[in-house]
Design a protein around this ligand. Sequence first.
Ligand code: NAP
Length: 338
Amino acid sequence: MKIYHDEDADLSILKNKTIAVLGYGIQGSAQALCLKDSGLNVVVGARQGGASWKRAKADGHKVMELWDAAKAADIICLLTPDMTQKDIYYKFVHQHLKDGATLYFSHGLNITFNQIKPPKNVDVIMVAPKAPGLKLRETYQQGFGVPALLAIHQDFTGKARKTGLALAKAMNFTKAGVFECTFDQETVSYLFGEQVVLCGGSAELIKAAFETLVEDGFPPELAYFECLHELKLILDLIYAGGIEYMWSRVSETARYGGRTRGKRVINKEVKARMKEVLEEIKNGTFAHEWISEYNAGLPKFEIMKRMESQHQVEKVGAEIRKLFDNPEQKKKKEKTEE
Ligand SMILES: NC(=O)c1ccc[n+]([C@@H]2O[C@H](COP(=O)([O-])OP(=O)(O)OC[C@H]3O[C@@H](n4cnc5c(N)ncnc54)[C@H](OP(=O)(O)O)[C@@H]3O)[C@@H](O)[C@H]2O)c1
């Protein structure tokens, strides 16, 4: 992949531009604050009376209704939840897009699956930070940045890449590295990663292992420590130095047992099912299923959420975490959930 750094980006091209950040949630708030702190002209678009309106004002932003912000802007960042973007785009943005404006995303789903079809006379770009908002903001405040992906869907002005890189530089992403890919690559790999490993795969692996121990008569507290709590410590090692580094930092018994038994659990059949999931993402089955569920008011999703929140691993975990929840962790958790 082509990787861009600070020297590849020029912040001065954004000097006279107005950037509207629509949505002041996890990404919107972090990105708007970093862009403003880097001296750019940012306005926040929000719903009057909504929680974000007050929060953005308290953070010192110029806050406007969504359509006013879109009208005022040269660069429009759509940073509301993915399932709301189509509606917001066609209600408040589409008719206000100036010739040569930039439409900016941090995830490609609505472009890849044709939910949003921008006119030909605008640039359409994506800068997708590889971190949640809180981490993005913290890293910026420490003087460094998180890595990000850059993608160009439409380059009407011939300057789309330069605009994307300048925005990435303003948020310090070019300090870590900005990796260029396509919208489709980002969309598919992002959905695949969160479904198969990061969220779906890891949650189900934890629950299956927890249940296996508890059904065999082991105390749930012990199962919680072995199948969930310690995972964080192992992932920290993998994050810091890779899988082989992790192996070098665990006991010899863990090394032998893990290398021989892990492959029996995550085997060829599991990989075949991963390929099925990947195919469903690529051919649009997942996106259309999710859009229909969202439009129907999330009936299946809400039932799943209710049932799964009753799982024993949640109950025992909540009790155990109370024992060592430090105030800093609590503060972070509250901020993330806001
Ligand atoms: N979460 C992440 O760390 C992350 C990482 C990479 C990329 N992304 C991408 O970044 C984008 C934003 O995701 P996010 O997780 O940051 O979203 P989010 O926090 O869930 O967005 C919440 C914001 O959207 C506003 N909003 C929600 N529904 C709305 C509606 N119907 N009309 C107007 N405003 C509405 C909320 O306003 P109110 O306060 O008024 O409700 C709030 O300001 C998505 O494309 C996502 O895929 C997210």
